[in-house]
Design a protein around this ligand. Sequence first.
Ligand SMILES: [Zn+2]
Length: 128
Amino acid sequence: MAEDKALYPPQNPIAVGLGGRCPRCGEGRLFAGFLNLAPRCSACGLDFSFADSGDGPAVFVILIVGFVVAGAALLTEIAYSPSIWVHMVLWLPLVLVLCLGTLRPLKGVLVALQYHHRAQEGRINRAD
Ligand SMILES: [Zn+2]
C-alpha cells in the first residue's frame, strides 16, 4: 500500500467495516458483490487493491459460529435429548444464517483494520 497522503477524519474501523463502508472516508461502498470488494471507493477514490483479508473472516466465522451452534446443540441434547431430526431442523438453518450473516461484516472489519493499521507484507528497507 502506498503511503496515503489524503486528509480525512479518522474512521472507526469496526463501525465502517460492519457497515461495509470505505475505511478512509466512511462514505463509499466497500463491496461490489456479496464478498467481492469494489475496485475503489465511489466517494473518495481509495484503491482497494491493498485489501487482502485472506482466510481471516472465514476463520472467525468458523470459531464464533461453531462455538455458538455446538454449544447450543450440546445444551439442547443434555436438556431435552430430542431426535436427530430436531437437531437437523434447528442447527443446519442456524449455521447457514449465522455464517452468511457474519461473513461479510467480518470481512469489512478486517479490511478496515488492515487499512487503519497500515498492515501489509513485510519489506526489507535497503535505503540505509
Ligand atoms: Zn472512500
